[in-house]
Design a protein around this ligand. Sequence first.
Ligand SMILES: C[S@@+](CC[C@H](N)C(=O)[O-])C[C@H]1O[C@@H](n2cnc3c(N)ncnc32)[C@H](O)[C@@H]1O
Length: 279
Amino acid sequence: MMNQFGGNWTEAKMKIVVDYAKAYLTIMNKQSWAKTLYFDGFAGSGLIEVDEYNEAVKGTALRILDIEQPEPFDIYYFVEKEDEYFEALKQNIKINYPNKDNAFVVKGDCNTKLFDMANFLKRDINYRALAFIDPYGMSVNWNSIESLKGLGVDLWILVPTGLGVNRLLKTDGNISDAWLNKLEQFLGLPRSEIINHFYSKTTVNTLFGNETFVNKEKSAIQKAGVLYTQRLKTVFEFVSQSFVMRNSNNSIMYHFMMATNNTAALKIANDVIKPNYKL
Ligand SMILES: C[S@@+](CC[C@H](N)C(=O)[O-])C[C@H]1O[C@@H](n2cnc3c(N)ncnc32)[C@H](O)[C@@H]1O
């Protein structure tokens, strides 16, 4: 059982997370008091099928479990909502990583589990977490992200700016109530602010008097990346640059970024992003 999605960008994204995790562990291992948690909110089955290779490759979850040097995480927590993928990941770990009895695979919704992690970190103050949020679409609610405020979490998040937000922002500004609700839930902003961010109004003197037209910003996808970065900065002290993922038509699909309260972590994130552009 595997997830299907494609391309070099998938490989680059996984490499960023694994490179970051190694640097993170190197630093955390020097703090003898600290315990480390790896949280994966959209873990998948453990295997992914990359179109170009026409074969299954290890997904991020297994690549993180493969890290032996530096000394690995104290706990792994993998969340997967779909039965089939959840069972597959559980099996995969049981068979291939029999010694990792500190790896928990849970079936559920990432949103709920982010709240649970926040509570855990408040209770168990020696824990520091590296979280990876890798959804296809807009399934992470803003209030789940907000629950992490003030905690020792470094959060890598894939933001569906092109494949999510931009699709809901209709060119004529005529957005259904359901879509506006979705945008509000995702961005944690009232619809008026969202509309102001992405649309401008022009009033033109026409035959019938003054008429107002609504224009969508040309670079709406990039603006969505900037907006999400701004939103994260209300919860975390620092947000990295974005690793921008495009499809074969060169359209932006996602902005991938890291949020943290730690300056050293910010520097590492920006460092691991850069060389991966060359993949
Ligand atoms: C992009 S894939 C994850 C790929 C994985 N991170 C990897 O690198 O191998 C997204 C996964 O999230 C699962 N999923 C979708 N919605 C979810 C939710 N609300 N909570 C948890 N998992 C979810 C999907 O079933 C799918 O397996």
